[in-house]
Design a protein around this ligand. Structure first.
Ligand code: NAD
Length: 366
């Protein structure tokens, strides 16, 4: 199969971790007979340096022509980088919001999976971890509070500010359908998280999710209030399969879910629209503190490439091969610095490796 992949290497560790993911994709192409073609796209700080803009029209057109985009990460150190002296809409992060909007990427998927080999990195108690957990947060990405009308104004001599949280039924329905479709490929359970005891937008959310659920009698639906969900994520994370939620609740809960797995360097993500197109990227940022040192963990980016194969190209076998290779490397005790056992834990069978070594080890085990 011919696949056109837009590649945004970005800033900081972005170019280092993307190179490893491309290396793995090339090895998958050779093994399974696919032709991955790459189109390099500028975005973020490197685009500001080259063009004065974090995301040019040409970059958006390149992304639109691709079947999928693989992104490293963008941004720099806000205290020292000259990019952060620019107005907000000219900074690196404006590129990320711009591309999500231009490509209508309304569904953000973040798996939070605890690798049994990395139990030692999980901050939860052993009895809570049990046999590990494996959940996926499905966050609505282009509506709600972050895109609603907002204003700061003076009323009767006092400054006040407001934001608005609006969803229409179509926006809720399309993300709910994505969640139920994905639950069918997993353990067939959707937990829809809202604040229906207080918010009108949540009551509409719950009603539309129930309508969608009627077409998926094989998938179990439960509703959970967001405050309870925040508690359950650390009390009993095993209960979750797919968590479906709106933009701000998803922003907060997905960070909480990622922290209980131990390292941000292991967590992939995908942002999808109504077509098969997707933007795939690690959950972490550009990690300016370790950029250029050759120690960043490339696994989240490699797992993001595996998600791309699964969701955009329907290549389940190929995605499984990447995930199995990562499991073997972890079984054999190889770790980047961020997933080394905590001080005081047994590290006798553990070997620390750098970014390119980790990529090579995964390629060898494909
Ligand atoms: P960060 O995720 O870049 O770093 C947080 C910590 O995690 C750092 O100690 C870093 O070294 C570590 N870390 C992150 N990824 C790692 C990896 N693959 N391997 C090993 N360690 C890793 O978050 P931050 O410091 O808050 O942000 C840095 C920059 O990244 C900022 O400019 C921010 O705006 C940007 N950012 C970009 C994205 C994106 O491109 N999607 C997402 C988040 C933050």
């Amino acid at each position: 199969m011919d696949c056109n992949i837009g590649v945004i290497r970005g800033d900081g560790i972005g170019p280092e971790i993307v190179s490893e993911a491309v290396k793995v994709l090339d090895a998958v192409g050779a093994k399974f007979g696919h032709n991955f073609k790459y189109d390099e796209i500028l975005m973020g700080g490197c685009s500001i340096d080259a063009t004065g803009e974090p995301l040019t029209k040409e970059a958006i057109e390149q992304a639109k022509r691709a079947d999928a985009v693989l992104l490293g990460s963008i941004g720099g150190d806000a205290k020292t980088s000259p990019w952060y002296k620019l107005p907000a809409d000219k900074r690196p992060e404006a590129g990320l919001l711009g591309i999500r909007k231009a490509l209508h990427l309304f569904a953000n998927l973040r798996p939070a999976y605890l690798y049994p080999q990395l139990n030692e990195a999980c901050p939860l108690r052993d009895d809570i971890i049990g046999d590990g957990f494996d959940m996926l947060i499905m966050r609505e990405l282009t509506g709600g509070l972050y895109f609603g009308k907002r204003e700061t104004r003076e009323v009767n001599g006092k400054i006040e500010a407001y934001d608005t949280l609006t969803y229409n039924e179509d926006e809720i329905r399309r993300i709910a359908i994505k969640a139920f479709d994905i639950a069918r490929k997993r353990r067939s359970k959707v937990t829809s998280v809202d604040k229906a005891n207080v918010l009108d937008s949540s009551r509409l959310w719950r009603k539309v999710v129930e309508e969608v659920a009627a077409d998926y009698s094989d998938v179990t639906l439960e509703h959970m209030l967001v405050d309870n969900a925040a508690m359950q994520l650390v009390k009993d994370p095993k209960q979750f399969d797919v968590i479906l939620t709106e933009n701000m609740f998803g922003d907060i809960l997905s960070d909480e879910a990622s922290m209980v797995t131990g390292s941000i360097g292991m967590l992939s993500s995908a942002s999808l629209n109504e077509t098969k197109f997707g933007l795939y990227e690690p959950s972490g940022g550009s990690a300016p503190d370790i950029a250029g040192k050759g120690i960043a963990n490339p696994i989240a980016t490699i797992l993001s490439a595996a998600m791309m194969l699964r969701f955009t190209f329907d290549m389940d076998k190929e995605a499984d091969a990447i995930e199995n290779a990562i499991n073997k490397v972890l079984d054999e005790g190889y770790r980047t610095i961020d997933i080394m056992p905590a001080p005081g834990k047994d590290a006798s069978s553990i070997k620390q490796v750098g970014t390119t070594d980790m990529g090579d080890l995964i390629v060898e085990r494909l």
